[in-house]
Design a protein around this ligand. Sequence first.
Ligand code: S3P
Length: 428
Amino acid sequence: MIKSVKPVSSLKGELTLPPDKSISQRSAIFSLLHEGVSEVQNYSPAQDPQSTLRCVQQLGATVSKEDDRLIIKGLGRKNIKKPESDLDCENSGTAMRLLSGVVAGAGISAKLVGDASLSERTMTRIINPLEEMGAHILARNGAYAPLFVNRHEPLKPLKFELPIPSAQLKSCVLLAGLFGEEVTQVIETLPSRDHTERLLNLDQKVVHERKIISASLADEIPAQTYTIPGDFSAAAFWLVAGIIQNNAELVIKNVGLNPTRNALIEILKEMNAQIHIENERMEGAEPAGDLIVKGSDLKAINLDPKLIPNCIDELPVLAVAMLFAEGTSEISGAEELRHKETDRIMAISEMLSAVQAKFDEKEDGIIIHGDPDFTFESAEFESFHDHRIAMASAVLALKGNKESTINDAESASVSYPAFWDDIKRISI
Ligand code: S3P
């Protein structure tokens, strides 16, 4: 599907976001692990959470809907069912990596498959620790989906220092560890999103600035009502869209504000963005609030690489903000971007090339020569079938002088099905 995006004179209005993708997926998986009934308020209708929900059902959970709540009946860790058909994780790295931990921990055989994009993403990072724990995993070329997890003896515990700051890897090992009689420990030096340890209330301690998270069969999976806040990563598109438009004013309601996710707010504020948080509160175990954003005069930033894990999914749209900031901005230490739904450093470069922006691509990031008066006529953007590239390109397209197009725009539905309706609604 090709979407046309018309230039706007400004943006105004109130937005409600899709429910958080990461937390939705975890609520489904954790409900499977709990023996009994869990409830999920505001589960995301986007493609990734929906494919995760189907996988969880194949593993034995029963799911029904009551008003805007999901009622999920789980079987508990000892009774996970061997799926009768492939677990199709579609586009979701989170689904494949977290469910591999569950399947390996449960000691059942299962085949996990994904779409073309997911089948090109390395799974070595999870295969290595799971095999160290005693799992048998067969992967295409030793690294890629489909993954065949085979029946094996109960897993051994593992003390695992994360080689990369990845919440998917951290969660995979912790979930496998939850099936073991002895304690598995994951050691984290750079904090990545903490939804897993937060929602499961896992034991955590900090020793010499390293976080040690523990998991074993002794940890109860609590009966919960999960309340899913709006997805901060979805809010990111409107934060940037708002600050780069003259006289814009957007109110974004009920946004998840987990501190391991929302580094973009501080980064944009350092760039001089006018962003205000109101109505801060807890939504279940997660902090949330409303955001108000206004058109701003931006200045360049040299991004601290330590912040990368806390804004990893927001970097494509941050690059758009950098293009309209006074001066030269730099993102470095973001090599992980090359392993997302597409190679996002390449995709950001292509997006910027489409409008003849000045930038230098680096192996682990990008240097962008910004200009508050930057303009372009129109562009044809490629999404590379990547939801975040499609939406970042749309935010940029709003600044053109004429209508631009985005190819394979349907990919936005992976995390934000109503994105194209919302962009029209706030355009003036
Ligand atoms: C996610 C973790 C991040 C993020 C992804 C969702 C999660 O990936 O990019 O969109 O839900 O745990 P990595 O753990 O690979 O960095």
